[in-house]
Design a protein around this ligand. Sequence first.
Ligand SMILES: [Zn+2]
Length: 210
Amino acid sequence: MTDRTPQLIACHECDLLQRDIQLNPGCYASCRRCGAVLYRNATDSVDRTLAYTLAACMVFLGANLFPIFAIEVQGDRSAITLFGAVLSLWDQGMRSVSTLVLITAILIPALELASLTYLLLPLKLGKVPPRYPLFMRTLQCIEPWGMVEVLMLGVLVSLVKLTNNFRVIPGMALWSFAVLTLLLAAAATAFNARDVWAQLDGKRRDLESK
Ligand SMILES: [Zn+2]
């Protein structure tokens, strides 16, 4: 990576073209005209993102396999999982809400975690995952659509309302969702697309030149 020829980089705020230079770990480059941060040298971003992602994968399974909460009415207890809630909404005719919850709270986070693991685990082991540009772009497209934190807020509001009339028992998935919200935010913060692109491209060039 050190023999990389300098490239030009456009400032995302003012479009000024500047030379892309090597930075020391922990430093960042700012635009010479408007001062916007152009990029950082976050060399441990792969390790940190991978750690958060693997932890989030385990918590994600718990969040989907266990009940979110149970309601007790006259001694009868009924528990519901997130997927159960999606099916229930569908059956009650609220198909758009059901589809929205399925996509933003289950499918997108699952795809995001799978893509991150697919990209970062081989990279950590010194390999280059096939078709990585496709997965990098998918990741950047889907990221804004994962809304676990919105779901979490919705569940909390409905729980507070339900406690007026029923005995509500919080389930394992509720705690899992709370932790998942934090882990996904941590993974998104730690993930440095520029660093991951550079490492993947560098590794691919190394393997091709052997
Ligand atoms: Zn600028």
